[in-house]
Design a protein around this ligand. Structure first.
Ligand code: NDP
Length: 287
């Protein structure tokens, strides 16, 4: 089925999304605030709209891929009347509260709304490994799933429009803290003349293997009992040696000290013999 789809925002990501729609043969209209960004897509068969309103009126489905929450309102507020009765899928990165706010705005304006969080970089769109998280109106997700699947694996989390964003940011939190850990290790061995590339060759399989621990931690956390036997205890997980070694290399101890702080708070509260997963309690209840 050929659809008329309009894409608002032709940055690196919006352009990749529009390009995938064109490759699948959808009638695609594109709009960007500043000129010139539509040229490549027009060469691929897109129609360039002169204004955001023209773009909205050309599509039964409107995709917004702008910079942030403020730019979404800046572009969409003036064309709310044109969007009424149409479907809006907003894949702009926002916080959960911002996603909920846009969903409420859309509902008031009579716009069917789905919020998306993109877990991919532009060149991955339409390729294996690309994953996009959605929440909001389930009917929209079901109806347009074949289109969404052109961009990557599509996962729906529920009617609460903030959920996709919450998952998106939670996954990014895990990624950034892991990256910081990898880079901390690279800085430690750099003091001995080891290149980052050499360290990466050791760290990638190690950290990949360690993700096998997630399931066990999750079972303990969901079970609500940190004393179940067979776990690495918090006392055993003391990071003192890593902190000392880092200081001896003359590098920052911040990244490791952050984790040590979470561990210490549980030990100080008398839970030293319990499992490592218990540091989630330090995170849930800020000290
Ligand atoms: P770019 O910086 O490449 O593009 C930003 C786009 O937003 C441009 O089209 C820009 O228009 C437009 N824009 C910014 N402010 C306004 C405004 N006030 N009014 C109208 N248009 C505006 O970003 P990306 O394409 O990479 O990212 C777009 C969204 O996708 C972001 O929310 C980003 O977080 C998300 N995303 C991006 C990923 C990536 O790897 N790139 C990964 C996952 C999510 P103009 O050309 O006129 O400046």
């Amino acid at each position: 089925n050929t659809l008329s789809v309009s894409v608002l925002g032709l940055g690196a990501m919006g352009s990749a999304l529009a390009s995938a729609l064109l490759k699948a043969g959808h009638e695609t209209t594109v709009w960007n605030r500043s000129a010139g960004k539509a040229d490549d897509l027009v060469a691929q068969g897109a129609r360039a709209a002169a204004t955001a309103g023209d773009a909205v009126r050309a599509g039964e489905l409107v995709v917004a891929c702008l910079l942030d929450h403020a730019s979404v309102h800046e572009v969409l507020d003036p064309v709310a009347g044109d969007l009424a009765g149409r479907t809006l899928i907003n894949v702009t990165t926002t916080t959960p509260e911002q996603s909920r706010e846009i969903a409420a705005w859309a509902s008031d304006a009579g716009i069917a709304y789905l919020d998306g969080g993109i877990m991919a970089v532009p060149h991955m769109i339409g390729q294996p490994g690309s994953s996009i998280l959605y929440s909001g109106t389930e009917d929209v997700f079901q109806q347009y799933k074949p289109v969404l699947d052109l961009w990557g694996d599509s996962t729906y989390f529920g009617e609460d429009a903030g959920l996709a964003s919450l998952y998106d940011l939670a996954l990014l939190a895990g990624m950034y803290v892991m990256f910081a850990g990898f880079l901390h290790g690279a800085a430690m061995v750099a003091s001995a003349g080891v290149t980052a590339r050499e360290f990466a060759a050791m760290a990638a399989p190690w950290l990949t293997a360690m993700t096998g621990e997630f399931e066990g931690y999750a079972a303990v956390i969901d079970g609500g009992d940190y004393t179940v036997p067979g776990q690495q205890s918090l006392e055993f997980s003391d990071l003192g040696d890593i902190l000392t070694a880092s200081a001896e290399q003359g590098i920052s101890t911040e990244a490791v000290a952050m984790v040590q702080g979470l561990i210490r708070r549980q030990i100080d509260a008398g839970h030293g013999a319990e499992g490592f997963a218990r540091i989630i309690e330090s995170i849930k209840q800020p000290g």
